[in-house]
Every structure is written in structure tokens, then in C-alpha cells.
Design a protein around this ligand. Sequence first.
Ligand code: SF4
Ligand code: SF4
Length: 470
Amino acid sequence: MSQDVTCVHAMPDRLFRGMPAIWAGGQYVIWNGLRNCTYTAQNLDVAGLETGIPDIHSSTRKIYSDSQRRNWLNVVLVLTNRCNLSCRYCYAQPNKYMNEEMTPRRVESVLEWCLGQASVGRLYVSFVGGEPTLKPECIEAAVNLMRDSGHPHSFHITTNGTCEIEFLDWLIDQHFDFSVSSDGLPADHDVQRPFSDLARSSPHVERFMLYLAKRGALFQVRATVTKHNVGRLPQALEYWASLGVEFVHFELVGNLGMARNHSHLPDLETYVTLFPKMLDTAQRLGIYLVNSAFMKLLTPSHSFCTSTQGGRLHFNSDGSISGCYKIQRAQGAPDGFILGQASQTGLNVDEQARSRLRRFGASYHHECGSCFARNVCGGGCPLDQVLYGYSGQTDRKLCNVKRSLLREAILHIHECSRRGTPSIVFGSSVYDVRVEAKFEQPESKEVDSHEFGETGTECGENGRIAAAQG
Ligand code: SF4
Ligand code: SF4
């Protein structure tokens, strides 16, 4: 598919002392991620600015230095390739490798290995799949082992939101935080994410989110933007707000698996044009937004990905260890993304391979050099760079989308600060702060699960959703 987004603002916007300077209304609005504020200037040569804004290159935060100093480990366990949904754009090949499953014993040995690393300060353990709630015995094994270890730890799960409420209740009791896949209004969600027998999954997911909100659990919606749902994203925000959602992480559909060749990519002009309305809607509703184009506003860096920078290890159900959650098997993996393997004698992580993966970032592509988004975008997703950067060039249309979103986000922050209101574009950082708080003081509200009755009866298409569609 060939489409381009006109980035009419691209020329005047500049990289100024390492940070984005956005031309708007006859002046530059300069974002300073190190001081968490915007500056305005009519001319980037103004002498006062030179002293007022530190150069990111001389004062860049070492993002992972804190976690490395304290030896925190982020561990991702890919429990299974099985899934009970048939999502139209799935990047994986669900249910293809049914014989490759984590076992409780494998989970325990991975976590024992992690705890055995030199003076581990704490573990943040994430479960993904397939659908990880199809492997409750593995999750229970992890919870029991970590509890018995006495080490500081916390849990996260990425789920399609269709498991039984009783199991959800138990996960909340174990202080999990959640990424719940929801693609917007129920009708859109059901087209994109039906059950394997094509039945609607939205009533289950809706009940799941309602329950999380009622119990005060920490969770975010993870929404995939495709050609199908792109036009109704502001309405989707209204819908999620009505369920008690506080964080929405939305991303364009990728280019892997069933979405290969950009077969599900939306009209990018529509996406970019709707974004200011999404910002206004989210600000009004008090929903924090998360998106790769602006999630590193407060943690500027030359590289985007926590995993490839060494902040996370992914343990796959085939025994391989990878540097990306989308690389779930050693066979067919792109060069450099498999970092180790489980063997009879334990787990072997190739530290040299891990270190090589760190090279990906904004210095990988020539175009990033002068791009104003450089230190917020960090060059984008390393896996995309490897899989689709055949020519060594960036994907211009997707870069223009990222730049457009970042531009709008910065102008939004500036406008909010003029009004004295916190902006909702810092969702990623706010969520991270909540995760930190979970390590300190885990707690959640008790509710009676019977309140929620049968699937989907609380919030069907006739009430809130119809109103939102209008
Ligand atoms: S990947 Fe694209 S948007 Fe990101 S810094 Fe590089 S050129 Fe800019
Ligand atoms: S390589 Fe890309 S897809 Fe993989 S974890 Fe990093 S940012 Fe995510």
C-alpha cells in the first residue's frame, strides 16, 4: 500500500539543542524534557535561550542507570502460543505451535535463574502469549515462587480480557497490573477481535474492564488502530471513560503476521487529522494517553525500546530468550534478536548479543540525525528497523505520522501549561509512577463479583455506547 501523509509543518520544526522546537503561531514552542516545561521563542538564535535550555547531549539522563544500579530485572514470560480469539491483524501465528507451552516447572526455573543473578534488587514479571490466562497453572507457580522467595516483586499481564471473573479476582489480589486489549466501540472491537468461532468478545472485555475499575486495579487499555476503527477513536475514548478506564495506549497496527504488507493500515491522513480531537476529548474526560510518538517526552533518549536496550528479557515457550516480545520463537527469528536458550544445565544468556542489540536507536538511520523528533522518538522500534529498513531508510509516511503526533502533543502541553492544567499526554510516565507505587504499597478495593451478573448485561450497545456513537 502506498500512502503518504502531508507533514505541512515539517520544514520549520527543528531540533534545538537536542529537543523539539515546534513552529506555531509565529513562534517556536520548545519542549524541554529534562525540565518538564515548554519555552517560546521567535528565533532560535536568541542568546538567552542558549543559557536557559541545557543541551540534552550534555545532560542526557541515563534512563536505565537507576534500575541497573539497583539491579532491577524486568522479565517477560511468553506462556503459550494458544489464543481463544482470532484477531484480524494478529502479529503472531496463534495456535500454530500448540506443542510449545511453558510448564510450571519451566516458569520456576526461569524465575530461580533470575533471582540467582548477582544481588537482584527486585523483579517485575510480565505474562504474555498467545493468551496467558489460558495457562493459570504457570501464573500460579510464578506467584507462589516469588512470594516464597521474599524478594520484592510485582506482576503485570497482557490479556485479551476474556478470562473468568474468579481468576481475574485472584490476579487482582496478587497485585497484578493489566494491559487489556480493547479496540474501541464494541462493534469495532468485535470486527477486529472476535472469538475463534467468530462470536463477539466485547461483552467479556467490557465486563473485565468494569471489574478492574471497580476494584481499583491498575490497568491500561491497549488499542490497535486499523483502517476499520480509525474514524471512531474519539468516540472510543468516551466509551472507555464510561467503563472507568484511566489509561489508553493506542498504536497503529504493525506490519507483521496477518497485518503484513500494511494490509490493515488505516488512512493516515484521517488518523493524524483526528488526533487533536482525541487530545481534547481525553483531556476533557481525564484519560491519560500513551503512544510511541510521545511516550518518552519526560525520558528523552537516543533509543526507543526498553527491551533492546537491555532493560527486559523475554523467555519464550520454545526455550529461547529474545530481546523483543514479538519474537516468540528462535526459528525464523530476525538476526540478533535471540539472546539465549534454556538448556539441560540452565539458562544461557549471550551478553554479547544483548549488547549488540543496543546499537539500535536514532543513530541507526541517517534521516533521524536532524529530525526534530529524534530524542523523543529515539528512532522508533528496532524490530521495524531490522525487518523493514531494507534500504537503510526510515519509512517516511510513518515518520511523518510520528512527527505530526509529537507536534500536536507538545502544542497541547504548552496550551495546558498556559491554562495551569496538567496535560494528559504524559500517560506513560504517570503509569510508570503507579507501577512504582505498587512495589511500595499494593492494595485494591474489595467488591462482590456477583454485582456484575452475566456477561455484557451491564453495558450493552443500547445505553452508553449508542450515546457515544452519536
Ligand atoms: S524514526 Fe523517523 S520520526 Fe523517528 S527520529 Fe527517525 S526520522 Fe524522526
Ligand atoms: S523491538 Fe519494537 S516491538 Fe520489540 S519490544 Fe522493542 S519497540 Fe517493542
